[in-house]
Design a protein around this ligand. Structure first.
Ligand code: OGA
Ligand code: MN
Length: 213
């Protein structure tokens, strides 16, 4: 059993190092890839939550825009999502949200940003699905500043596919969605896509925004 602690925990040095690396990457390249942002124990705890265990029943097909044309939608993205309510999130997920909050505060302090909140959903790409090249910032809503994705796929191999492909000025860069890995990139700048996977692909997908929900 996990027991919540009331006293604030000191930031571990590994976590401090990781958030510094994220800040450096964002400044230098507009993105950062960090391994072991979640330990394998932490990933397993998230996968054991009722939400993920019953994902197929609970998750809804992700939509684009006003979703008037389902078939166009189908051709763009095939993932299923469930938004996380921070008030009712299980402990293992709440711990992840807490880390994102600490990351947000660190970025505000070190890069003089005014980030305010994070919105996160659980995501499942069934076998054979993908998300075509896109930008995460919408024309009508530019509050999404940073895209932050943490992968939950134990023993993911190159042959499983499902890479996140970022389209950078120097060319495409692929990131494998391996367990515990965090990717953070500028939502307004980096076009990206999710390649077809031959295994179900799980993640926590979120955005750090400059407005309060
Ligand atoms: C998205 C997205 C990338 C990934 O949900 O907008 O681009 O690697 N996800 O899951
Ligand atoms: Mn995206």
């Amino acid at each position: 059993m996990e027991t919540p602690t009331s006293a604030p925990q000191p930031m571990t040095t590994q976590f401090q190092f990781q958030i510094e690396q994220i800040a450096d990457g964002l400044v230098e390249k507009g993105y950062s890839v960090i391994d072991h942002f979640l330990s394998s124990h932490e990933v397993n705890s998230i996968l054991q939550t009722d939400e993920f265990k019953n994902a197929k029943l609970q998750f809804k097909k992700a939509g684009i825009g006003n979703q008037q044309d389902k078939q166009i939608n189908e051709g763009i993205r095939g993932d299923y999502i469930k938004w996380i309510d921070p008030q009712t999130a299980p402990l293992s997920v709440a711990l992840y949200l807490k880390r994102l909050g600490e990351l947000l505060q660190y970025l505000n302090k070190s890069l003089f940003l005014s980030l305010k909140d994070a919105e996160v959903h659980m995501t499942i790409y069934p076998i054979g699905t993908f998300y075509k090249r896109h930008l995460d910032q919408f024309k009508a809503d530019d509050h999404r500043k940073l895209s932050v994705i943490c992968y939950l796929n134990i023993d993911w191999a190159e042959s499983d596919g499902g890479q996140l492909r970022m389209h950078l000025p120097e060319g495409p860069t692929d990131v494998l969605p391996v367990s515990g890995r965090l990717v953070c990139f500028r939502s307004d700048q980096i076009e990206h896509e999710v390649l077809v996977a031959t295994r179900e692909r799980l993640s926590l997908t979120g955005w750090i925004v400059d407005k309060k929900f």
